[in-house]
Structures are given as C-alpha cells and as structure tokens.
Design a binder for this molecule. Structure first.
Ligand SMILES: CCCCCC/C=C\CCCCCCCCCC(=O)SCCNC(=O)CCNC(=O)[C@H](O)C(C)(C)COP(=O)(O)OP(=O)(O)OC[C@H]1O[C@@H](n2cnc3c(N)ncnc32)[C@H](O)[C@@H]1OP(=O)(O)O
Ligand SMILES: CCCCCCCC/C=C\CCCCCCCC(=O)OC[C@@H](O)COP(=O)(O)O
Length: 270
C-alpha cells in the first residue's frame, strides 16, 4: 500500500508535466514572470548605462531576452540576414501573432532600432518601464490623428537621430493563419522619412502554439528577412500601392514558410 501511494506521489508531477494544458499555462505564466523579472534587472542597467530613455538601451534588452527561447523550447531559423546590412534609417515591418514575437524580434534586432507600440504597453509593469527606457514610440490607436502626428514626429526623429523603427502594420495581434489587411501608418512613415522598408515574415505559430486547444509545444519559427523596398521619390499618393506591394510580398512568403500550420489555427488572436 505504501509503495502504491509513493508511486502515485511520483506519478502526479509526471502526469502534470505531460499534460498539455498544464504545460500551456505553465509556459505562459513562466514567460510573463520571467520577462517581468528580467525587466527588473534591465531597468537599473539601462539607467546606469544611458541615464534614462535611450535607443541604445535596446542593446541591453536584446542581450537579456535572447536566452528566453530555450526555456520555452523554441528555435529560430533566420534567412536573409544580408538584407539588414543597410546603412542609415529604415522601417521594418513584420506580421504580429503573439507577445512571443518579442523573442524573434530580439533575435534579429539591428542596432539603433526601436518599435512602435500601443500606448497601453507602457502600463505593463516593469516590462512597460523597459519599453519606455528602450525608446519605444507609443501611439493611441483609438485616436488616429494623435497616432498620425506621433508617427510624423517619429519620421523626423528617424532622420535626425539615424534610427530604425519596427512597425507591426496589421495593427494588432493576429493568429488567424493569414495576414490581416495592413494599416497605412508604417508606409506613411517610410515615405515621410524617404527611408526603405524591410519586410520580415514570421512563420505561423499554428504548429506549436494553439490558444484555443491550450497547447504550447516546442517548435521552430522561420524568420525570413526580405529585400528592402525603396521609397525615394515617393509621395503620399504612392502609399496605398506601397502597402499593397509589401502585403503581397509578405503574404506569399508567410504561406510559403508556414506550410501546413498556415490556415490551421482558428480565429483566435493572442
Ligand atoms: C529585458 C527585459 C525584458 C523586457 C521585455 C521586453 C521589452 C521590450 C521589448 C520590446 C517589445 C516591443 C514589442 C512591441 C509590440 C507592440 C506591438 C503593438 O503594439 S501593435 C499595435 C500598435 N501598432 C500599430 O498600430 C501600428 C500600425 N498602425 C498604423 O500604422 C495605423 O495606420 C494608425 C494607428 C497610424 C492609424 O490607424 P487607423 O486609423 O486604424 O488606420 P488606417 O486605416 O491605416 O489610417 C486611416 C487614414 O489615415 C491615413 N494615415 C495613417 N497614418 C498616417 C500618417 N502617419 N500620416 C498621414 N496619414 C496617415 C491613412 O492613409 C488612412 O487614410 P486613407 O485616405 O484611407 O489612405
Ligand atoms: C501590471 C500590468 C501587468 C501586465 C502584464 C503584461 C506583461 C507582459 C509580460 C511579458 C511579455 C513580454 C513581452 C511584452 C511585449 C508584448 C507586446 C505585445 O504583444 O503587445 C500587444 C500588442 O502588440 C497588440 O495588442 P492587441 O492584441 O491589439 O491588444
């Protein structure tokens, strides 16, 4: 009888560990807690290094975040590195599936590059403080005119301070197995700064991260960096065509690198 209870006791953690729902919640909670903890570490380092909000803090954040993938059983396969070897300012656009995108973003983040994010992110505890210290540009998505004016200022800052900006042109997280239609802000930004656009595509997370089914398995994410799209000489009139061209290029690559995971994930953004 004693041996039975002992066996049962040993079996419980094993069963918990192998239960995919448990793994799903455990990995998610771990991710949030670990990032919050890393942010506690990052805050004083950033302040001591740069004295406050500074894009150079992204180097600190990048080096602190890069190991997190190992804990979650994720691997990245990156191609097209050569397309990031571009001098001066540019606008990176990529698809946005989940907060896990931060891991891929930090895997390839070039120097002097920060992001455009929704303003709510600044309230995300220690992570929010780190985002502010890293120079992230916050926009209010509910107030288009405010967002446009913030992005107009960002175009000037890009040129003045020689920085790069990473924008998620879908404007929200999306895991529907396809790209959402693009918002126009990223393209106005690039045209206003007369800076090239570098599209980057993350393959679908649908083969390892299924929110509805509560599954978070190990997996490999393909990141494909596409050739830059020049905007020199373009005006506001060219924005729609530029957006369409970028969308078509990214969508076909998304389908190509996602394989069967593409379209297999139900309509649940996270
Ligand atoms: C070490 C510790 C660990 C710490 C943890 C990690 C810490 C840090 C890591 C960093 C992590 C950062 C990750 C950040 C992720 C955050 C991602 C997000 O928040 S996604 C959501 C926010 N982003 C966006 O919304 C960007 C894309 N959106 C847009 O660009 C939109 O266009 C807009 C918000 C500017 C406007 O929205 P909306 O009105 O809905 O959109 P449109 O239909 O596109 O535009 C309406 C018309 O306005 C014209 N327009 C748009 N922009 C401009 C402009 N800049 N100038 C002039 N005109 C503009 C547009 O053309 C439309 O007019 P039309 O006549 O129809 O063409
Ligand atoms: C005290 C408040 C606590 C808030 C807890 C949030 C903590 C998040 C912790 C760890 C994750 C680290 C990565 C943070 C970056 C997440 C960026 C992100 O994915 O934002 C969502 C935004 O793109 C789109 O949002 P919507 O789906 O349009 O809405």
């Amino acid at each position: 009888m004693d041996a039975f209870w002992l066996l049962l006791l040993l079996l419980i953690p094993f069963l918990l560990w192998t239960s995919s729902t448990f793994v799903f919640y455990f990995k998610k909670c771990f991710y949030v807690a670990w990032m919050m903890g890393l942010a506690v570490l990052a805050i004083p380092i950033c302040i001591l290094k740069s004295g406050g909000r500074d894009i150079e803090n992204m180097r600190v954040i990048r080096s602190l975040v890069r190991h997190v993938k190992y804990f979650l059983g994720l691997r990245f396969e990156v191609s097209g590195w050569e397309h990031l070897q571009t001098e001066g300012p540019y606008v990176i656009i990529s698809n946005h599936q989940s907060s896990l995108d931060v891991l891929g973003l930090m895997e390839i983040l070039p120097d002097r590059c920060t992001m455009i994010a929704k303003k709510e992110l600044v309230y995300a505890g220690t992570v929010g403080i780190v985002c502010w210290l890293g120079g992230i540009v916050f926009i209010n998505r509910k107030k288009t005119n405010d967002a446009k004016s913030v992005m107009g200022d960002a175009a000037k800052t890009m040129l003045k301070d020689q920085i790069r900006l990473w924008v998620f042109p879908e404007g929200t997280r999306n895991q529907k197995g396809d790209l959402l239609p693009f918002k126009k802000g990223a393209f106005h930004l690039a045209v206003q700064a007369q800076a090239p656009i570098i599209p980057i595509v993350f393959s679908s997370y649908g083969n390892f991260y299924l929110r509805k089914e509560k599954q978070f398995k190990s997996g490999t994410i393909t990141l494909k960096i596409l050739p830059k799209i020049e905007t020199k000489g373009m005006t506001t009139d060219d924005v729609s065509a530029l957006s369409d061209k970028s969308y078509q290029a990214m969508r076909s690559v998304f389908t190509e690198i996602s394989g069967s995971a593409c379209q297999s994930n139900g309509p649940s953004g996270h």
